[in-house]
Design a protein around this ligand. Structure first.
Ligand code: SAH
Ligand code: SF4
Length: 386
């Protein structure tokens, strides 16, 4: 099998629509280097990073002119060289259940979707990591869109910034109640095929002097890129969710084709070794409920047997249909029975209530309508070596 597409060659330089490089998305070290390159004396650079960081990620300013702890001359110099512009919000839709979906335009004219899901005691932002996806899971709308490119770290962070702008949530302390309290990397794309940018972006989101969202409130969902799972634990430290969806290799091969590369046994092995696993830091197994495909009692029993010994919870996701989708959602009764079996084996098995369905914001419905250039599933799968 050929190597999977890790389309670093498709990643554009860190420039926004203005053509100037942005400071958003640079790690502290990279920002220090950028400031030095601009002419900031080396001795001052670390302090400047601290000041700018506060303005960018604590106050949320989008204009160097507002960074009043810096001299006017220095602000002007920064504005000359860098930009802080956000991606353009092309469309914003609010569902009747309060879910908000933003369509953002990024460099190159591409579009990505970001979804904010308010709940009683928290608010979750569902962030995208790629435009499209190289993988071709047969139940996923994003999977029918060819991979256009990886998002830069700046574009991933910008999704959080845009949401906080819209929620008017800047300048608060970690002790304030947050509307945007959690992040899930469950939007478009496979985050572990864009590892470095996802890592840098999440490090920025976690930084205690800025956005300050704890690593335990960040969940990365992967379809099962086995070699990168341990790295996610070590280098990001976030929670991990896995798109499991089937209990035999035969069925998983058809639903999540990456299974042909790394099968269920290999995946479970990687998950068993995920750092810091405990009852308070569990793996989330995502399981999409597809009528007559993976939803039998036998599946439920096999599932609990497979994951034995792994601190886990099972998130049952009722299938969300999209135009032309080849599956049906399992009946509610079936989902309940399946959940009861999993529950009786000692695992929490919450059913993920579809959110924002009326605006096509629910799991697996994301896809930018403007990305028309599509390949056949077969073609994408071949290119991905699957
Ligand atoms: N690419 C990553 C993350 C994005 S998908 C991954 O696959 O894990 C987020 C979750 O939504 C995954 O578990 C995915 O399998 C699920 N999903 C995709 N399409 C869906 C659909 N049509 N209905 C319900 N869930 C879906
Ligand atoms: Fe890609 Fe995830 Fe959709 Fe599979 S489920 S096609 S990995 S976005």
């Amino acid at each position: 099998m050929s190597a999977p597409i890790t389309p670093d060659n498709l990643t554009v330089p860190r420039k926004d629509v203005t053509g100037k490089p942005t400071l958003i998305g640079l790690t502290r070290e990279a920002m220090r280097e950028a400031l030095i390159e601009m002419g900031t004396p080396e001795k001052q650079a670390k302090m400047r990073v601290g000041q700018i960081w506060h303005w960018l990620y604590f106050k949320g300013v989008t204009d160097f002119g507002l960074m009043t702890s810096l001299s006017k001359a220095y602000r002007a110099e920064l504005a000359e060289v860098f930009t802080l512009e956000r991606p353009e919000i092309v469309a914003k839709q609010i569902s009747k259940d309060g879910t908000r979906k933003y369509l953002l335009r990024i460099a190159g004219g591409h579009e990505v979707e970001v979804v904010y899901i308010p709940e009683k005691n928290r608010g979750t932002l569902c962030v995208s990591s790629q435009v499209g996806c190289t993988l071709t899971c047969s139940f996923c709308h994003t999977g029918t869109q060819k991979l256009v490119r990886n998002l830069t770290a700046g574009e991933i962070v910008a999704q959080i910034l845009v949401a906080r702008d819209d929620l008017n949530e800047w300048d608060n302390t970690p002790f304030d109640k947050r509307m945007l309290s959690n992040i899930v990397l469950m939007g478009m794309g496979e985050p572990l095929y864009n590892f470095d940018n996802v890592r840098d972006a999440m490090k920025i989101a976690m930084d205690p002097e800025g956005i300050s969202i704890s690593r335990r409130r960040i969940t990365l969902s992967t379809s099962g890129v086995v070699p990168e799972i341990a790295r996610a634990g070590e280098e990001i430290g976030c929670m991990v969710a896995v798109s499991f969806h089937a209990t035999t290799d035969e069925v998983r091969d058809t639903l999540v084709p990456i299974n042909k590369r790394w099968n269920i046994a290999a995946l479970l092995d990687a998950l068993r070794n995920y750092p810091r696993l405990s009852n308070s830091e569990r793996i989330t197994f995502e399981y999409v409920m597809l009528k007559g495909i993976n939803d039998s009692d036998a599946d439920a029993h096999r599932l609990v047997k497979l994951i034995e010994g792994i601190p886990a919870k099972i998130n049952l996701i009722p299938f969300n249909p999209w135009p032309g989708s080849p599956y049906e959602r399992s009946d509610w009764k079936r989902i309940e029975t399946f959940g009861d079996i999993v529950n009786a084996a000692g695992y929490a098995s919450p059913v993920r209530r579809p959110r924002g369905e009326d605006i096509m914001a629910a799991c697996g419905q994301l896809k930018s309508e403007t990305e028309r250039a599509r390949k056949s599933r077969k073609q994408i799968a071949e290119e991905a070596g699957l």
